[in-house]
Design a protein around this ligand. Structure first.
Ligand code: ATP
Length: 508
């Protein structure tokens, strides 16, 4: 058996399964696709909706202290000035003047080639799991090609933001292998611009939101004034965000249009923010485990104090072991009162609450857990994927691909399979069960092909249970079906009432 941890080229396997089974397609594929944009197919959208629904249910509906909102994607441009995005939401961009390739400076690595203590040249490589190995190999090739003798020192990798003015012209472009074509890094604002209204001049410029969070800050007073929320409380939102990423990559991990689930948890200015921060990190970790992500794939990264934005008190990222390395899945930031203060100053509308105890007004502080739906989607696929050797009905060994998705997330909860397609007594009973289940659950009726084939088809789609309507169903008392479990492949007989109880227990 090979599970996701041992599948070679896991990323390729996931991308291929996603396409083959209708989870994810490239956007506008018939026109060659558009880099950084994706479509979700029939199975994919069910899985994605289930991720959103689980989060919404657990984060909003099952808590008394969090309410939900949905704000517009295009907001007043002053929002983005006040938030700091117009001035500072940028990544360092490096151009290769020869190949016209563009790189994010912090993802472009380089190292001096040092032989017998002297710098004899430079090598470069793009960020990957093997950056240092690639730089070392490039340094060895460089030394050999130039026929330089002496002891080669181990490379010390730096990213391009750390390159000095004198070094930049000497570092080779990863595209051409030649030095002299890379520009110094410059700030590239990642917000997509558009124009609102018929005029297309500076006064009509607006932006597609690069995060959903500002909607919660801008509507803070509306929520306080129109609901009965009391500190501490949160405002949550799920919605699309857009970032003109310089190098979208790793499939849906870093795209230009993606979906975020964010929550702003407002606390008193004197509250123990560190405790609250830690509670939310733990909540997020537990939630990820509850949807089936294994603890072994999760870790924490605490941002070093010196790299935090000046207003930030602390940020911890929950990291996930993706096929291409350990990367940020969920960021949980303690943002102080920065955002509300910025909007109060820019709009002239105070964003304060009144403290009955001290009789003073104050601006609440905020803890922000912010996660991408698409990144959870990819994490879920990564963890769920497995290829196993199994025996078919005749005892022959064959391979099955299975997605071990949690029943809460699985796109199809149950497949209803009449044993034979052309036996009306079987298909009628199967259709009746299907119609009844369909009112409450995403289910699928499948009568095409041998039963073993149909099981495999459902395994690959992550369907936790198959129900077969066979001759015992119609000929023996009790009206029972064969229930086949995806993971154990075990089979047992079950009644309709038991089936509904099973679904009710596991699906919500
Ligand atoms: P990164 O450092 O990976 O670019 P970030 O720190 O800029 O991410 P945030 O601004 O904190 O990300 O956004 C919150 C969450 O939104 C991230 O943790 C991630 O799950 C998701 N996210 C951010 N950018 C993208 C993207 N380009 N594609 C998909 N999801 C994204």
């Amino acid at each position: 058996m090979s599970d996701s941890a041992t599948t070679p080229n896991l990323m390729e396997a996931l991308v291929s399964l996603a396409k083959r089974r209708g989870f994810i397609y490239a956007s506008s594929e018939i026109y060659g696709g558009l880099n950084g944009f994706f479509d979700y197919g029939p199975l994919g959208i069910e899985l994605k909706r289930n991720i959103r629904d689980c989060w919404w249910r657990d984060m909003v509906q099952r808590r008394d202290d969090v309410v939900g909102i949905e704000t517009s994607i295009i907001m007043h441009p002053k929002v983005w000035e006040a938030s700091g995005h117009v001035a500072g939401f940028s990544d360092p961009l490096v151009d290769c003047k020869v190949s016209k390739q563009r790189y994010r400076a912090d993802q472009l690595f380089w190292a001096p080639v040092v032989v017998d203590g002297k710098v004899v040249g430079y090598v470069s490589a793009l960020e990957s799991e093997k950056t240092v190995e690639e730089l070392q190999a490039a340094a060895e090739t460089f030394k050999r090609k130039k026929a330089i003798t002496g002891a080669l020192a181990p490379v010390v990798a730096k990213d391009f933001t750390e390159a000095g003015e004198a070094e930049i012209p000497l570092i080779p472009s990863p595209a051409t292998g030649e030095a002299g074509s890379l520009t110094a890094p410059r700030a590239f604002n990642m917000m997509f611009q558009t124009n609102v209204g018929a005029m297309s001049d500076a006064s009509s410029v607006a932006y597609l939101r690069p995060e959903t969070a500002q909607g919660m800050f801008v509507d803070f007073k509306n929520v306080v004034d129109t609901t009965r929320v009391k500190l501490p409380f949160g405002i949550a939102q799920i919605g699309k965000s857009f970032r003109n990423e310089i190098t979208p990559r790793n499939f849906i991990f870093r795209s230009r249009e993606f979906e975020q689930m964010e929550m702003e948890y407002f606390i008193h200015e004197d509250a123990d923010w560190a405790k609250c921060h830690e509670e939310w990190i733990t909540w997020c970790e537990n939630w990820l485990k509850s949807i089936g992500l294994p603890a072994s794939h999760l870790s924490r990264y605490t941002h070093p104090k010196e790299k935090l934005a000046f207003y930030s008190r602390g940020t911890v990222d929950i990291m996930f072991k993706y096929p291409f390395g350990v990367q940020e899945l969920w960021g949980i930031a303690a943002r102080g009162s920065y955002d509300l203060t910025q909007h109060a100053n820019a709009s002239g509308k105070p964003q304060e609450l009144f403290d009955e105890a001290t009789k003073k007004k104050f601006v609440p502080h905020v803890i922000e857990p912010a996660v991408g739906v698409d990144r959870i989607f990819l994490a879920v696929l990564t963890a769920a994927y497995a290829v196993e050797d199994v025996k078919d009905e005749k005892g022959n060994v064959e391979q099955r691909t299975v997605l071990r998705l949690s029943p809460r997330l699985a796109p199809v909860k149950v497949a209803i399979l009449p044993l034979l397609k052309n036996k009306e007594s079987l298909t009628n009973r199967a259709k009746a069960l299907h119609a009844k289940l369909q009112k409450r659950y995403a289910v699928q009726y499948d009568d095409g092909g041998a039963i073993g084939k149909r099981y495999r088809r459902q395994d690959e789609a992550g369907t936790p249970w198959c129900v077969t309507i066979d001759f015992d169903t119609i000929e023996k008392p009790g009206d029972t079906f064969t229930l086949r479990e995806r993971d154990s492949m075990s089979q047992r007989r079950i009644t309709e009432a038991e089936l509904f109880a099973l679904l009710d227990e596991h699906v919500y």
